[in-house]
Design a protein around this ligand. Structure first.
Ligand code: CO
Length: 236
């Protein structure tokens, strides 16, 4: 085994020993069961470590990650994760989390070719094309992050439309779907305010959150184009 990989095993032993010394019996308790309250659907990007950035321990967060945090209607992998999380683990919250400067979203936005993954990112391009007029009207520097947020809203809506979530709502099980975005530049999460806990709210929640995202980016666009503030001119 290469030296680099040996280092990973050493770090793992250190982590296990450290965890056990801070909380004796930690792993023994985890063997019994996991009872996470949250399902995280995030990007595979190595800079977005799900547990770390919300300060949750093993056993507290059920995680599914793929390139550009997509929930494709027919993706049996993601659907199986949702089904297991909702039906068996009984999670209360499903959170779709995008992140700023997402490479997958950037490639989709700019038609950058990377190989097979281009076909996967076609789903992001569907979102882009649904909002092409809005995105075209934004300053270049804002476009990728705007599409990151539009994509989160679209994927959160897709989660709401799964049979698993629909069935859970129909039988009165509490499942709340959320859309968040993580800032690579500051390490902070932001709630995009699509928060849905019943089938009849999906349309309105999506439209309201979409309007907020668009309004915020139009303001940022206007601020970028605005002349220096009057007060700054007065000081000169
Ligand atoms: Co990404």
């Amino acid at each position: 085994m290469s030296i680099d990989l040996q280092e990973l095993f050493q770090k793992n032993r250190d982590w296990a020993a450290d965890t056990e010394s801070r909380e004796p019996g930690f792993f023994t308790r985890l063997i019994q069961q996991q009872s996470p309250q949250y399902l995280w659907i995030g990007c595979a990007d190595s800079r977005v470590p799900a547990n770390d950035l919300v300060g949750l321990l093993p056993g507290e967060l059920f995680v599914h990650r793929n390139v550009a945090n997509l929930l494709v209607h027919s993706d049996l992998n993601a659907l199986s994760v949702i089904q297991y999380a909702v039906d068996l683990l009984q999670v209360s919250h499903i959170i779709v989390v995008g992140h700023s400067n997402c490479g997958g979203v950037r490639a989709a936005m700019t038609n950058q070719r990377a190989g097979l993954v281009d076909n996967w990112l076609r789903h992001v391009q569907d979102v882009r094309d649904a909002h092409d007029g809005f995105l075209a009207g934004l300053h270049d520097s804002l476009r990728v992050n705007a599409l990151v947020e539009l994509n989160v809203l679209a994927q959160a809506r897709n989660v709401c439309h799964t049979t698993v979530v629909h069935d859970a709502w129909q039988r009165g099980q509490q499942v709340v779907v959320h859309g968040w975005v993580y800032g690579l530049h500051n390490g902070l999460l932001e709630d995009l305010k699509i928060t849905v806990d019943s089938a009849d709210q999906v349309g309105l929640a999506f439209d309201t959150a979409l309007a907020l995202v668009k309004q915020r980016y139009r303001q940022q666009h206007a601020a970028l184009l605005a002349p220096p503030a009057a007060s700054a001119q007065a000081e000169v």
